[in-house]
Unconditional design. Structure first.
Length: 328
């Protein structure tokens, strides 16, 4: 029995991986140089995929479940090893567990400004930051293109590459969205969804899938922010005439509550009168000028003639309106 136990200790009959971390993407099962027994139990948990590798070549892929390894459920491995049907001897192989769950709360940000062409402001520079999430969508592609032959890999191993890829395409995504620079702050959700669709294909070649992309903030140039403030102020003011009337009423109330309010109110009244006169002058056309020396009409039967110029004037006039001569 002792010799039999020693021999069976050289073989692996249970293969599984319990992930104690939150950021491990791939783990290579440690065989310690031992062979895997035919009939060994392989357990693949939810959010995992097990990949069998034979002499550097990817063979069979196992989805979540419990498997008893045999030639029936390892067809590629059987073909690569040229096993005959019913092969029961131990064999050497590498088993990689790939974590397929989402990796959340990954930070992204523009280390340097990205360029955007805006219809109103031309070329402007933007800074932005937010979060994204991704997962392994194609384990075999990921192992070939990214993982290689390491013992394990965490999100730090790919986050830098993914982040730079996303940020480099962000300026194109913003430009293609056709959202004006003045409206970007009000359209973060819409822009995030558009960026998600535009950026997702950029990492598919790595076997990854971009699950979410969130824009938390976009910093605009100072001149654009001033333009936004001006537009906001105009929107708050609304009808300029009503706003002026409201301001005048407020000033009158404050002046009435002020000990020196009488003089202030008089000044406000005079200013309002002047404003009305000026507004009327602008809005109404000037009346045509009357003849320069036209005398007022005198009541009939009460007229006389000026002894100096002979103009017909009212009898009650003390001075002639034509020549200014004093009347007797």
């Amino acid at each position: 029995m002792g010799i039999f136990n020693a021999l069976t200790g050289q073989f692996i009959n249970v293969i599984e991986w319990k992930d104690p971390s939150a950021n491990t993407m791939v783990y290579r099962f440690d065989t310690n140089g031992h062979e895997i027994m035919m009939g060994a139990q392989l357990t693949v948990r939810e959010s995992q995929v097990a990949v069998m590798v034979n002499e550097g070549k990817i063979a069979d892929v196992f989805q979540p479940g419990r498997y008893t390894l045999s030639t029936q459920n390892m067809p590629i491995m059987t073909m690569l090893q040229s096993w005959k049907y019913g092969f029961n001897s131990p064999f050497k192989a590498e088993v990689y567990f790939v974590n397929t769950r989402q990796f959340l709360d990954q930070k992204w940000g523009t280390s340097s400004p990205v360029m955007m062409r805006d219809k109103e402001f031309g070329m402007i520079r933007l800074r932005a930051f937010g979060i994204y999430s991704f997962k392994v969508n194609d384990p075999t592609v990921f192992l070939k293109e990214v993982f290689g032959t390491a013992a394990y890999m965490t999100t730090e191993g790919v986050a830098g590459q993914v982040k730079r890829t996303l940020v480099s395409g962000l300026s194109d995504a913003i430009a293609q969205s056709n959202i004006p620079a003045l409206d970007l702050a009000a359209n973060y959700d819409e822009l995030s969804q558009f960026a998600l669709q535009a950026l997702a294909p950029r990492i598919e070649g790595l076997g990854l899938k971009l699950e979410s992309f969130v824009i938390e903030n976009i910093s605009l140039p100072e001149e654009v922010e001033k333009a936004i403030d001006q537009r906001t102020s105009m929107g708050v003011v609304g009808n300029m005439q009503q706003y002026t009337q409201y301001q005048t009423a407020q000033a009158i109330r404050e002046a009435a509550n002020n000990p020196g309010g009488a003089g202030a109110m008089a000044g406000i009244g005079m200013g309002a009168a002047v404003a009305q006169v000026m507004q009327g002058a602008v809005q109404q056309p000037a009346a045509p000028a009357s003849p320069a020396a036209e005398a007022p009409a005198a009541p009939a039967g009460e007229t006389k003639f000026c002894p100096e110029c002979g103009a017909k004037i009212a009898r009650s006039y003390k001075f002639c309106p034509e020549c200014g001569a004093k009347q007797g």
